[in-house]
Design a protein around this ligand. Structure first.
Ligand code: FES
Length: 134
Protein backbone atom coordinates (compact mmCIF):
# COMPACT_ATOMS: atom_id res chain seq x y z
CA UNK A 1 0.00 0.00 0.00
CA UNK A 2 1.27 3.44 -0.84
CA UNK A 3 1.33 6.02 1.88
CA UNK A 4 1.22 9.78 1.83
CA UNK A 5 4.14 10.99 3.95
CA UNK A 6 2.28 14.21 4.76
CA UNK A 7 -0.63 12.45 6.44
CA UNK A 8 -0.22 11.34 10.04
CA UNK A 9 -3.70 9.92 10.56
CA UNK A 10 -3.82 6.15 10.94
CA UNK A 11 -5.80 4.22 8.30
CA UNK A 12 -9.49 3.69 9.08
CA UNK A 13 -10.50 0.42 10.79
CA UNK A 14 -11.19 -2.55 8.56
CA UNK A 15 -14.78 -3.70 8.03
CA UNK A 16 -15.96 -6.11 10.70
CA UNK A 17 -19.03 -7.47 8.91
CA UNK A 18 -19.79 -8.65 5.40
CA UNK A 19 -21.71 -6.20 3.25
CA UNK A 20 -22.80 -5.67 -0.33
CA UNK A 21 -21.45 -2.87 -2.45
CA UNK A 22 -23.86 -1.93 -5.23
CA UNK A 23 -22.84 0.23 -8.14
CA UNK A 24 -25.93 2.25 -8.95
CA UNK A 25 -24.82 2.98 -12.51
CA UNK A 26 -25.32 -0.63 -13.62
CA UNK A 27 -26.71 -2.50 -10.63
CA UNK A 28 -23.55 -4.55 -10.18
CA UNK A 29 -23.34 -6.00 -6.67
CA UNK A 30 -19.99 -6.84 -5.11
CA UNK A 31 -19.86 -8.92 -1.92
CA UNK A 32 -17.29 -7.68 0.57
CA UNK A 33 -16.10 -10.25 3.11
CA UNK A 34 -13.99 -8.92 5.98
CA UNK A 35 -12.21 -12.28 6.11
CA UNK A 36 -11.31 -12.13 2.44
CA UNK A 37 -10.52 -8.51 1.65
CA UNK A 38 -8.75 -7.80 -1.64
CA UNK A 39 -5.07 -6.83 -1.61
CA UNK A 40 -4.53 -3.15 -0.92
CA UNK A 41 -1.97 -2.12 -3.52
CA UNK A 42 -3.63 1.25 -3.99
CA UNK A 43 -5.78 2.83 -1.30
CA UNK A 44 -6.42 1.99 2.33
CA UNK A 45 -6.96 -1.69 3.13
CA UNK A 46 -10.69 -2.37 2.85
CA UNK A 47 -11.30 0.85 0.92
CA UNK A 48 -13.89 1.15 -1.81
CA UNK A 49 -11.04 1.58 -4.30
CA UNK A 50 -9.46 -1.78 -3.43
CA UNK A 51 -12.86 -3.49 -3.67
CA UNK A 52 -13.68 -1.89 -7.02
CA UNK A 53 -10.27 -2.66 -8.52
CA UNK A 54 -10.47 -6.27 -7.33
CA UNK A 55 -13.86 -6.56 -9.02
CA UNK A 56 -12.22 -5.61 -12.30
CA UNK A 57 -13.35 -2.00 -12.44
CA UNK A 58 -10.42 0.12 -13.52
CA UNK A 59 -11.41 3.18 -11.53
CA UNK A 60 -9.10 6.17 -12.00
CA UNK A 61 -6.65 6.55 -9.13
CA UNK A 62 -3.94 8.82 -10.43
CA UNK A 63 -2.03 9.27 -7.16
CA UNK A 64 -1.99 5.57 -6.33
CA UNK A 65 -4.54 5.86 -3.53
CA UNK A 66 -2.68 8.19 -1.16
CA UNK A 67 -5.20 11.05 -0.94
CA UNK A 68 -3.25 13.31 -3.28
CA UNK A 69 -5.69 13.70 -6.18
CA UNK A 70 -9.44 13.42 -6.61
CA UNK A 71 -9.70 11.06 -9.57
CA UNK A 72 -11.08 8.22 -7.40
CA UNK A 73 -14.05 10.38 -6.40
CA UNK A 74 -17.30 8.44 -5.96
CA UNK A 75 -20.74 9.22 -4.56
CA UNK A 76 -21.74 7.10 -1.56
CA UNK A 77 -25.52 7.26 -1.96
CA UNK A 78 -26.36 4.74 0.76
CA UNK A 79 -24.34 3.65 3.77
CA UNK A 80 -22.38 6.91 3.86
CA UNK A 81 -22.25 6.92 7.67
CA UNK A 82 -20.87 3.38 7.86
CA UNK A 83 -17.41 4.74 7.01
CA UNK A 84 -15.43 7.01 9.34
CA UNK A 85 -15.68 10.68 8.46
CA UNK A 86 -13.14 11.95 5.94
CA UNK A 87 -9.98 13.40 7.40
CA UNK A 88 -9.08 17.03 6.63
CA UNK A 89 -6.72 16.03 3.83
CA UNK A 90 -9.54 14.19 2.05
CA UNK A 91 -11.87 17.15 2.51
CA UNK A 92 -9.21 19.38 0.98
CA UNK A 93 -8.90 17.11 -2.05
CA UNK A 94 -12.67 16.89 -2.43
CA UNK A 95 -12.92 20.68 -2.37
CA UNK A 96 -11.07 20.61 -5.69
CA UNK A 97 -13.03 17.73 -7.16
CA UNK A 98 -15.41 18.41 -10.03
CA UNK A 99 -19.12 17.69 -9.58
CA UNK A 100 -18.90 17.58 -5.78
CA UNK A 101 -21.94 16.38 -3.83
CA UNK A 102 -22.75 15.94 -0.13
CA UNK A 103 -22.19 12.23 -0.69
CA UNK A 104 -18.76 12.60 -2.29
CA UNK A 105 -15.86 10.50 -0.97
CA UNK A 106 -12.47 9.52 -2.25
CA UNK A 107 -12.74 5.79 -2.91
CA UNK A 108 -9.16 5.17 -1.76
CA UNK A 109 -9.88 6.70 1.66
CA UNK A 110 -13.40 5.43 2.33
CA UNK A 111 -13.54 2.19 4.35
CA UNK A 112 -17.10 1.12 5.27
CA UNK A 113 -17.39 -0.86 8.50
CA UNK A 114 -19.85 -3.38 7.07
CA UNK A 115 -22.70 -2.43 9.40
CA UNK A 116 -24.97 -1.70 6.41
CA UNK A 117 -24.89 -2.32 2.67
CA UNK A 118 -23.41 0.42 0.56
CA UNK A 119 -24.56 1.92 -2.74
CA UNK A 120 -22.22 4.10 -4.76
CA UNK A 121 -22.53 6.01 -8.00
CA UNK A 122 -19.56 6.61 -10.24
CA UNK A 123 -19.08 10.11 -11.64
CA UNK A 124 -19.14 10.58 -15.38
CA UNK A 125 -15.40 10.19 -15.97
CA UNK A 126 -15.40 6.69 -14.50
CA UNK A 127 -18.69 5.52 -15.96
CA UNK A 128 -17.08 3.81 -18.92
CA UNK A 129 -15.73 1.29 -16.44
CA UNK A 130 -19.14 -0.14 -15.65
CA UNK A 131 -20.59 -2.48 -18.21
CA UNK A 132 -24.24 -1.78 -18.82
CA UNK A 133 -24.93 -5.44 -19.66
CA UNK A 134 -23.56 -6.75 -16.40
S1 FES B 1 -6.45 7.84 -5.88
FE1 FES B 1 -5.74 9.83 -5.54
S2 FES B 1 -6.96 10.46 -3.94
FE2 FES B 1 -7.70 8.46 -4.25
Amino acid sequence: MGRNPYIDAPPPPLPTKAYSLTIANNGQVISVDPDDLPPAHDGHPGSLLTVLLAAGLDIDHACGGVCACSTCHVYVESGFDSAPEPIDEEEDMLDNAPALRDTSRLACQCVPDGSVDVVIELPSWNRNEVKEDH
